[in-house]
Design a protein around this ligand. Structure first.
Ligand code: UD1
Length: 367
């Protein structure tokens, strides 16, 4: 069986790494190629993850780079079509919900190639999120849908997807987390920055809904500033957030002096560095998707600055609290955690480090 695995943006790499590793155990049965669309291309957004995760170099890089959604999607489709025609795979595997995921699905499907989606069935029901559009388009076209939890199974069933196409396998991103936890602990990255375990917070924020409007962005920064007077906040800043902060004149919210308090800006961090910071944080503030899942497994309280989540399992059994982007709500929940009222969580079913193996087992049975 010949498979093309697709990655494009940062959150794809840690999902694909364990799948490749599991496929490598079956060299006789599975021939696989790795295609990087080039959606993320900065050293810190892409290459450093390949190094940290021990991933093979992509066999093919489409080098599409940044652009509007239509431009980026279209460029990926044009370039990936050439690859499909040349390589004639039996199956294309896409992960997550980024533009590369949807673009490669549409392209392969129109050429009559089967497509599998890993992390299928997640729904925020928020059509202002580009990721929700990507998820819906991808799932409706895919032949095999690998899911992380019962909510995803229910969503797909409610949309009329037949049961034979749905495989509940757990969470491949957690495979990677469990595999690298010890190594991340050893890196002692936080201590090297002068941070004490349990006495700082981490932050990620890049959603257009939070950073593209000056008033919304500033309201969040005001809340974060107040929290950071209690515990320093480490903020590996996404390129688009930095761009918007500069454009709106909001960069003065970020710490510049030697004082420990404040919002510390860093470049985007490597996988192990960031895992080390998160596992020892008192709390995590985020608008990302994956971090809601990682904190659930790490048992670290997570304050999610979004009005909704496609990952409700992290609130049902995990340590995640949704607060939207209202300044007072962010402050209220963060200070509750700082005063010791932290949500306790447990790992969801099958988030056990074996999800990629389950996927490969399914594929070996299917092909
Ligand atoms: C993408 C995903 C989002 C994911 C995020 C993680 C989509 C629709 N969005 O958002 O779901 O959470 O990745 O990071 O696919 N840029 C750089 N260097 C890079 C890549 C991007 O500077 O290596 C800058 C460019 O100015 C670019 C902007 O970031 O225009 C946005 O990049 P893009 O890939 O369009 O989306 P993300 O916001 O990164």
């Amino acid at each position: 069986m010949k498979i093309i695995n697709i990655v494009g943006a940062r959150p794809n790499f840690m999902k694909m790494a364990p799948i490749i590793e599991a496929m490598n155990k079956y060299p006789e049965q599975i021939e696989h190629l790795l295609v990087h669309t080039g959606q993320h291309y900065d050293e810190k957004m892409s290459k450093s993850f390949f190094d940290d995760l021990g991933m093979p170099k992509p066999d093919i890089n489409l080098e599409v780079g940044s652009g509007s959604h239509a431009e980026q999607t279209a460029k990926i489709m044009v370039e990936f079509e050439k690859v499909c025609l040349q390589e004639k795979p039996d199956l294309v595997i896409v992960v997550g919900d980024v533009n590369s995921t949807m673009a490669c699905t549409i392209t392969a499907k129109k050429l009559g190639i089967k497509v599998a989606h890993v992390e299928a069935g997640l729904r925020s029901r928020d059509m202002s999120m580009p990721e929700e559009i990507n998820r819906l388009c991808t799932d409706v076209l895919c032949d095999y849908l690998f899911t992380t939890d019962h909510f995803a199974d229910e969503n797909l069933a409610a949309e009329g997807v037949s049961k034979e196409k749905i495989f509940f396998v757990g969470n491949v991103m957690i495979d990677t987390l469990l595999k690298h936890k010890q190594m991340a602990a050893k890196s002692a990255f936080g201590e090297k920055l002068g941070l004490q375990p349990g006495r700082y917070a981490t932050l990620t924020m890049h959603r257009p809904g939070n950073v593209d409007n000056k008033d919304v962005f500033e309201g969040i920064l005001e809340a974060l500033h107040e929290i950071s007077q209690e515990v320093p906040i480490v903020f590996p800043i996404h390129p688009r957030t930095r761009k918007m902060a500069d454009q709106f004149g909001l960069s003065h919210y970020f710490k510049s002096g030697d004082e420990i308090k404040g919002i510390w800006i860093t470049e985007p961090l490597g996988y192990l560095e960031f895992l080390n910071l998160n596992m020892n944080a008192k709390l995590v503030l985020t608008d990302s998707g994956g971090l809601q899942e990682e904190t659930t497994v790490l048992g670290v309280p997570c304050v999610t600055m979004r009005p909704n989540t496609e990952r409700p399992i992290t609130c049902e059994v995990g340590s995640n609290i949704m607060v939207g982007n209202d300044k007072n709500k962010i402050l209220q929940e963060a200070f509750k955690i700082l005063s010791g009222e932290a949500p306790k969580g447990r790992s969801p079913e099958k988030w056990d480090g074996k999800s990629a193996e389950r996927i490969v087992d399914v594929l070996l049975n299917l092909f």
